[in-house]
Write a protein that binds this ligand. Structure first.
Ligand SMILES: [Zn+2]
Length: 247
């Protein structure tokens, strides 16, 4: 299984990366995890949009889903699309994406085959298996585990401290975990994001192979987040747009 970081900027696009978007490939199957602002362009560097077999949206905040609107445009007008693409997301995904695309909202069933992500839901996309866990964020948000053969990758979505995330991530080879909250800065509400140190603590508790920190906003010091995470879990790297990981 190969992970390509398409977009890793937290909360909005940054100068070096689109907002959240990750490409998973295995034996000719391609899944996209989240489509944040700016990601539909960068994604085309790594995959023909016709080859996308499924899309998973962790939640419906703008920086995780807005470039589905670009996907709708491509799908309808490029002459190259296949049938509706399976799209997994929380309850309300259809209405959210339709409202983002146009007003009044139209049905997007020609573009997406909407399927519900929920706690303990599992699904297969070719040789890839998906499982979900509800994490700790102000709107319904699901971390996802992608498994192929014996390889496992877990993506946190956005979350505060979450025992469910530790359970889902247990033994994962790669743990793609958000670290949006600056270490040592008070004032962030609980149940929103993780600090670098907290991401490291989740990785250690889950016994993962490599922790890849992601979703760091442009105004947060990424190197400080990395140092804080490494102080807890040394096998930690920073996600960068275009980076690949083979599991
Ligand atoms: Zn969010």
């Amino acid at each position: 299984m190969r992970l390509t970081v398409v977009g890793c900027s937290g909360s909005m696009p940054g100068p070096e990366s689109p907002a959240s978007c990750y490409l998973i490939e295995h034996e000719g199957v391609r899944i996209v995890l989240d489509m944040g602002n700016g990601s539909a362009g960068a994604l085309q560097r790594h995959a023909d949009l016709r080859s996308i077999d499924a899309i998973v949206l962790s939640h419906l905040h703008a920086d995780h889903c807005l470039d589905t609107s670009s996907f709708v445009v491509w799908h309808r007008y490029s002459q190259g699309s296949r049938g509706p693409v399976p799209l997994y997301g929380p309850t309300g995904t259809r209405e959210r994406l339709a409202a983002a695309y146009e007003q009044p909202p139209s049905d997007l069933s020609d573009v997406f085959d909407f399927r519900t992500a929920a706690q303990d839901v599992t699904a297969d996309v070719g040789a890839l298996s998906l499982s979900f866990a509800r994490v700790n964020h102000p709107v319904p948000t699901y971390a996802v585990r992608v498994t192929a053969d014996s390889a496992g990758l877990v993506y946190s979505g956005d979350t505060g401290v979450s025992d469910e995330l530790v359970t889902l991530a247990r033994g994962a080879d790669v743990f793609l975990c958000e670290a949006a909250q600056p270490d040592g800065e008070p004032g962030y509400p609980p149940g929103l994001h993780l600090t670098g140190a907290q991401a490291g603590e989740h990785a250690a508790a889950a016994g993962v192979g490599t922790l890849v920190l992601t979703h760091i906003p442009p105004w947060v010091d990424a190197q400080a987040q990395l140092a804080a995470a490494r102080s807890v879990f040394p096998a930690t790297e920073l996600a960068t747009s275009g980076a690949t990981y083979d599991l």
